[in-house]
Design a protein around this ligand. Structure first.
Ligand code: F6P
Length: 547
């Protein structure tokens, strides 16, 4: 598909000129001048509501951004993705994670074959296995029920299911505990092994490639731990695998009857909808996992069919492009005002930064524009008491996505109003700021001495005009979570389409992996390789300590 490069589009030039004008805008004035700004710069879809009115933009900005999306052929690229085109052009793969949440009655063709029957066959196995564990029909090798499930995986084989299990905590079953081990740091696995017994534990080795060093080392250590009291014959009752690599799973010693497959057209960071979600189904029940998929499907349907102007993922992506490429903001902060979404910022870090943290176009030419911003964040209100100082008064401007639910899942009085009040107050404060005159009037009302007032004013003045989005859902449920995750997946896709990068490969993580293998050999033996003096010095210090 031949598309003009981002910065050669007509709309890019227009947006650059428009951004010069926008640099003089104050959002507080934009709100004062447009009574229906909230109504015109907000959109609903799949049970979510996005308010993007607190951005430094007007209706004209939105129109120009829509032109940009059309010039970059977002609509055609979107359709191509849903139809199984080879979107991941460096690995020569289709990108069909959306098929994973498509109902059984529909057809999704990949190379002329309908993939839906295979997907649902695996989902049915996930469901049957989940029900066997929950009913006690599947037991450990001594006949004990499984009470602890340990998902061993990293990156997309950890962050997705871990984030979802945490988010769906109110649905967590009482009779099962789900643990996540990802880090090669032995303290991670050790902490879990201290809490479990082999007879009642099920290890899920989750790895798309089944070659990832961290996961393989953790899985091997877990197997050795199991074999200290268990038997080889008992292993199949305690180890299952989720992977695309049947050969490596067999070589590890897990029979393929105990392997839940997925496909190479599912990127790791897009895989929570596949059998990688087994730990979610075990934690909260298969029906809730199915509801999570249904929520994503509702967002897919919206994304695929809604006009760009009312398309939530497209709008979220374009607002991000405006902030990143035209107003030049280098990072984005994610602020879920929901404790159960505490893992969502880390999840989005992989989704957005591993996808769009790229420096060449799909054709391999260096990009001459910024791609993914740094994505970071933490739950509110905690962040307010840590880094929000910088967000309000620091020298960098950081757009923020506030995410919250109108209704809580608990019944504790007073807490939810306090939470929502803080969430809304932060975006209001970031937008409005506080002028010197307002500070002066406040301090005069407190009878502060005039000299002291003048000294205090610069410290207590807030520039405001700082952009935020607010995403609301009625309550955090499996369906709304599915829609939320799919919203950000599609946002990432649209941004990748506009930046003309491949969001579905991740070559940037390879170099470190190769070097780590060399260094590990040096730490564990007498071999040595040439390194810069810093790396060589660090290796020597570690070798001395490890002796
Ligand atoms: O190294 C990065 C990465 O390949 C991620 O993209 C992926 O999610 C993670 O490692 C884990 O990979 P796997 O599921 O193959 O173990």
């Amino acid at each position: 598909m031949n598309t003009p490069l981002f910065n050669t589009t007509l709309s890019f030039g227009k947006l650059k000129a428009h951004a010069k004008t926008a640099s003089a805008w104050q959002m507080r004035n934009l709100f004062a001048g447009e009574t229906n700004r909230f109504g015109s710069l907000s959109v609903s879809a799949a049970g979510l509501f996005l308010d993007y009115s607190k951005n430094r933009m007007t209706g004209d900005t939105v129109s120009l951004l829509m032109e940009l999306a059309r010039e970059c052929r977002v609509e055609e690229k979107r359709e191509a993705m849903f139809n199984g085109a080879e979107f991941n052009n460096t690995e020569h793969r289709a990108v069909l994670h959306t098929a994973l949440r498509t109902p059984k009655s529909e057809t999704v063709l990949f190379e002329g074959q309908n993939v839906i029957p295979d997907i649902h066959a695996v989902l049915e196995r996930v469901e049957a296995f989940t029900r066997r564990i929950h009913s006690g029909d599947w037991t450990g090798y001594t006949g004990e029920r499984i009470t602890d499930v340990i998902n061993i995986g990293i990156g997309g084989s950890d962050l997705g299911p871990h984030m979802v299990c945490r988010a769906l905590r109110p649905w967590q079953r009482d009779d099962i505990r789900v643990h996540f081990v990802s880090n090669v740091d032995g303290h991670d696995l050790d902490a879990v092994l201290q809490k479990i017994r082999p007879e009642s534990s099920l290890f899920i080795v989750a790895s798309k490639t089944f070659t990832t060093l961290e996961t393989m080392l953790n899985a091997n250590t877990a197997r050795n731990w199991f074999l200290k009291s268990g038997t080889e014959a008992g292993l199949p009752k305690h180890f299952v695998a989720i992977s695309t690599n049947a050969e490596a799973v067999s070589a590890f010693g897990i029979h393929t009857d105990n392997m839940f497959p997925f496909w190479d057209w599912v990127g790791g960071r897009y895989s929570v909808w596949s059998a990688i979600g087994l730990s979610v189904a075990l934690a909260v029940g298969y029906d809730h996992f199915a509801a999570f998929l249904a929520g994503a499907y509702a967002m897919d349907t919206h994304f695929r069919h809604a006009a760009l102007e009312v398309n939530m993922p497209v709008i979220l992506a374009l607002v991000g492009i405006w902030n990143r490429n035209f107003l030049d903001y280098p990072s984005v902060s994610i602020a879920p005002y929901l404790q159960d979404l505490s893992h969502f910022p880390s999840y989005l870090q992989q989704l957005e930064m591993e996808s769009n943290g790229k420096r060449v176009t799909k054709a391999g030419e260096p990009v001459t524009w910024h791609t993914s911003p740094v994505v970071w964040g933490n739950v509110g209100t905690n962040g307010q008491h840590a880094y929000f100082q910088l967000l309000h008064q620091g020298t960098d401007i950081t757009p923020i996505d506030f995410i919250t639910a109108l209704k809580p899942s608990h019944t504790l009085p007073g807490h939810h109003a306090a939470l929502l009040a803080n969430c809304f107050a932060q975006s209001e404060a970031l937008m409005l700021g506080k002028t010197a005159d307002e500070v002066r009037a406040d301090l005069q009302a407190q009878n502060m001495a005039p000299d002291e007032i003048e000294f205090q004013i610069p410290h207590r003045t807030f520039p405001g005009n700082r952009p935020t989005n607010t995403i609301l859902m009625n309550s955090l449920r499996p369906e709304s979570l599915g829609a939320l995750v799919a919203l950000y997946e599609h946002k990432t896709f649209v941004q990748g389409a506009i930046w003309d990068v491949n969001p579905f490969d991740q070559w940037g993580v390879e170099l470190g992996k190769v070097l780590a293998r060399t260094i590990q050999a040096e730490l564990e033996s007498d071999v040595s390789h040439n390194h810069d003096s810093s790396t060589a010095g660090l290796i020597q210090l570690a070798k001395a300590a490890l002796k």
